[in-house]
Design a protein around this ligand. Sequence first.
Ligand code: ATP
Length: 517
Amino acid sequence: MASENTASSPPIEQSATPGPVESRAAKTIREIFESGRPLTYIRSAEEQRVGRVLREVGRGLPGSTPTPVWTWSLTEGMHGDGEAAEAGAQTPRGALDFIVAHAEAGIFHLKDFHEPLRESSEIRRRLRDVYENCRDQRKFIVISSPVRFIPEEVERSMMFLELRPPDLIELVEFLRDEGEQTGEGGDADEEVLFQLARALQGLTLDEARYALRRALVKNQRLGPESLAAVLEEKRLLVNRSGVIEYISGVTDLGDVGGLEGLKKWLIERRKLFQMRDSLTAEIVPKGILIMGIPGCGKSLSVKAIANHFQLPLYRVDMIEIFSGRHGKPEGAFVEACRMMEDMAPAVLWFDEIEMGITSTESGGEQGRIFAFFLTWMQEKTRGLFVAATANRIDLLPAEMIRKGRFDEVFFVDLPLEDEQIQIFKIHLSRRGVDIAAFHLEQLTQFTIGWTGAEIEQCVISAITKARLADRELNEHDLISVAAKLVPLSRTMKEQINHIRGWAFERAVRASPQPIGR
Ligand code: ATP
């Protein structure tokens, strides 16, 4: 069962207020109208949203008063906002005749009009008349339907459009309306509305509504406390895709022992990332590749990056992408990247990236995915910071490492002595052990070549041992466990040397250079 604890919610970037007041969807439609096109087809299952956006467009079109929106459906006929249905405009033919006869500017939203278009040559013919009649008359017809059906006869006269998920501006407006409609707006100020809107980004408006209702059931009113429930609903919806996972939980940079080089880089880059909209593209941080020895904190660092940048974290599961359960891997990968663009700002984590991305020279699906990835890294929205992790670095193609794709390539080595002590401290303190009286330095003679994961394991085993004996943990427990543990680096000496040798020329150490190495 998913946790609804506020502590598990990642912080949401604070710089919230957007500049322009028009939503992305409204801008696209307004531009179509202003280019003089009277016929638009929007594929969307979200009729309510289409209606909202059209009203927003109506308010923004030139004219002393907003352009009114008329709505037609087979069940409710043609009516203006808050008005009764117009006589004689119930049928599809009646609706088109109504538009022709209408002498004033207007936006005519025809719901599910694909059916009449499919079934009747008379309707197809009449639509062509309507097209001629509406040109330059400030009359705009918008067909909305969950399926795409555009008859050949009108294909050239019709603009086809698919709405991407709502952007921040649309979501804030939606939240305001929902708050008013349900009377549960509470004390939600602008800052809270923007935080909630950020949390909802990437969802359709219908999904956002469910997430909001869930939050309201829990807290009865919209406020900062609604954020955890909204994020939880989003986590469930995102995870349903099967390819992208929303990672909850808070990992601070202080939870990562050592890796000072990596931490310094992140602290410096955070400001640049937050200022991304006012900077030239080449200095906005795009992402990093963290490679290295398993169990030394790559995944941990990615979680800390998201927290440090105050962004939600999403993980792309490369193994799922290649499982075939989500269609062709190439399509699933492209879809995942596109979906994430709608979730921005966020940190996107490609775990074990070498599993899916090999050289273009290898051809086939993996080569194509890699080619796409390289271009996408250059063109993706600024609000996405990519964090890729890899163990089998030798599998990664050289182009991946080349400067420009990632801002930096970090190599995470086995922790140095100082770093080991830090990692011991982190894991002991986290488990409530008072380390003031411990001399952790003496432990390091037993822990040469240990990974962070092994240090954590040592702490857990020693605590377990002490608890079984019904007493507090002492240094000897740690030493006796440490003396028996054979670290991975001893059994895998060759592989580790190979990884080190490979990374030496191609990556920056995430930790300081060891003395004498
Ligand atoms: P893998 O490639 O096997 O996933 P990884 O490098 O991503 O390895 P992590 O998952 O980050 O390793 O580390 C495993 C666990 O070991 C972490 O959850 C953490 O508890 C502990 N650990 C590893 N490195 C560190 C570190 N530098 N500081 C604190 N804890 C660490």
